[in-house]
Design a protein around this ligand. Structure first.
Ligand SMILES: [Zn+2]
Length: 289
């Protein structure tokens, strides 16, 4: 559907507890062609739908917010069909903080979130880069948190916010790809600018970005407070805390909840609020200091 003049949203048929109603792909039409933001999952019907939305215009670029397969899986097929170059921050490990690099080197494993390990952009996009594509000016913002190499793309005062700010749920922060300290900093960065609209990777258009950013920051602060309160009662592991704190969460989402808790605990550990006698990971036991 057209969500603004020259901006079309195509929703992939990959609904799930992690993707909501499915991944949003955006096709932007400029004076000199089209740009695709987040090709989406590798589904033949989705490729056909994206190409139909392009309406025969030359595709000048494929922009990728982050290499999770529900966003980048269709890259090879879309590139083969259009010949367009692929723009991204880097490969799946790019953009990790020094802390996450250290924890990964020490053995911290991700939670199996569908990382696109083979993703290699043709064009590396740095923070603040202004891309002149298809007659449009698109600014890239490096917004690590959901993933180290996550980018948002600004078109004027509208932002394609990827999985950093979604329209249906708070995002997954699963270390070492996810990084709670970086996520909160990326939220604050967006809060420092005026935005009229967010067009997220999942869910509907966010009509009040200021409110949404405040909600998300408050949600994480409340979760952090609840984790610290629970640890006051005694040491606990991420899975125990998830079961205790996410009482209104469907069981299928509790493993993801435990990853978010782990992200909070690593952040709290880094700030010397909690400690663990075991290597930082999903199975570690944490205590309040
Ligand atoms: Zn993602």
């Amino acid at each position: 559907m057209d969500i603004a003049t020259g901006v079309r949203r195509i929703r992939a048929a990959n609904p799930s507890p992690m993707t909501g109603t499915g991944t949003n792909t955006y096709v932007l039409h400029g004076a000199d062609g089209a740009v695709v933001i987040d090709p989406g999952p590798a589904l033949p019907d989705h490729l056909a739908a994206v190409l139909a939305a392009v309406q025969g215009a030359p595709v000048r670029a494929i922009l990728v917010t982050h290499p999770h397969l529900d966003h980048s899986g269709l890259v090879p097929e879309l590139q083969a069909a259009t010949g367009a170059q692929v723009y991204g921050f880097g490969g799946a490990l790019a953009g990790r903080s020094a802390l996450m690099q250290r924890l990964a080197a020490a053995g911290l494993q991700g939670g199996g979130e569908g990382v696109d390990a083979g993703f290699v952009p043709d064009v590396l996009v740095a923070d603040g880069a202004v891309l002149a594509l298809a007659g449009l000016q698109i600014e890239a913002l490096h917004t690590p948190g959901h993933m180290g190499g996550h980018l948002c793309f600004a078109l004027g005062d509208a932002l394609f916010s990827g999985d950093h700010v979604m329209g249906w749920a708070s995002t997954l922060i699963s270390p070492p790809d996810g990084d709670m300290s970086a996520y909160m900093a990326s939220l604050r960065r967006l809060q420092a600018q005026h935005w009229r609209r967010f067009w997220p990777g999942h869910g509907e258009t966010i009509a009040d970005p200021t409110l949404r950013l405040a909600e998300l920051a408050a949600h994480r602060h409340a979760r952090e407070t609840a984790i610290c309160a629970a640890l006051q009662a005694g040491p606990a592991r991420p899975a125990d805390l998830a079961a205790q704190l996410y009482t209104d969460t469907p069981p299928a989402l509790l493993p993801a909840a435990a990853r978010n808790i782990l992200a909070h605990l690593i952040d709290l550990h880094d700030r010397n609020v909690v400690f663990s006698t075991e290597p930082l990971g999903a199975g570690a036991q944490f205590k309040i200091i």
